[in-house]
Write a protein that binds this ligand. Structure first.
Ligand SMILES: Cc1cc2nc3c(=O)[nH]c(=O)nc-3n(C[C@H](O)[C@H](O)[C@H](O)COP(=O)(O)O)c2cc1C
Length: 149
């Protein structure tokens, strides 16, 4: 099964989670590609993949603003070819903000609107992977089970 993990990350926190997810899913036997949104283009992004994970940090104060690189991708999200595919979202954030990991909810809603199958509630990590390994690994294992089902 081929899985795409695409992420937008400014200070590296969401990137670290993406890499950890990629490694764990690879160890579980998936063929995983981890892609920085800065290097991705929307047109046909999910073509050739069976499932996808989307990671994006939030940078707004009063309202949710998506991480810059992911935001560029998001402007053309209609073109990613995700209809009917299994997906889930994740992010690193800071729980002192009103919309903790708010990009996760925005992306999930958009994916559902595009006909993707959101298999699990999004992963919201306070800080980086190093302080939240168990939560990330547990979430990853639920995703693995859902993608294999
Ligand atoms: C101006 C500013 C706005 C932010 N807004 C939010 C927010 O709305 N929600 C949130 O969870 N974190 C917010 N953060 C925190 C970052 O999202 C957090 O540091 C995150 O770990 C960065 O992840 P990244 O390194 O993957 O980009 C904000 C940080 C700054 C400096």
């Amino acid at each position: 099964m081929k899985v795409l993990i695409v992420y937008g990350s400014t200070t590296g926190n969401t990137a670290g989670i993406a890499e950890a997810l990629g490694e764990r899913m690879g160890n579980a036997g998936f063929d995983v590609t981890v892609l920085n949104a800065a290097d991705a283009s929307a047109e046909g992004l999910c073509n050739g993949y069976d499932a996808a994970l989307f990671g994006c940090s939030a940078w707004g104060t009063d309202e949710v603003e998506m991480q810059d690189d992911f935001n560029t991708l998001f402007e053309d999200f209609d073109a990613i070819g995700v209809s009917g595919k299994k997906v889930a979202c994740f992010a690193s954030g800071d729980s002192s903000f009103e919309h903790f990991c708010g990009a996760v909810d925005v992306i999930e809603n958009r994916l559902a609107g595009l006909g993707a199958v959101v298999v699990e509630e999004g992963l919201k990590v306070d800080g980086d992977y190093s302080g939240n390994r168990d939560d990330v690994d547990d979430w990853c294992d639920r995703i693995i089970a859902a993608f294999q089902a």
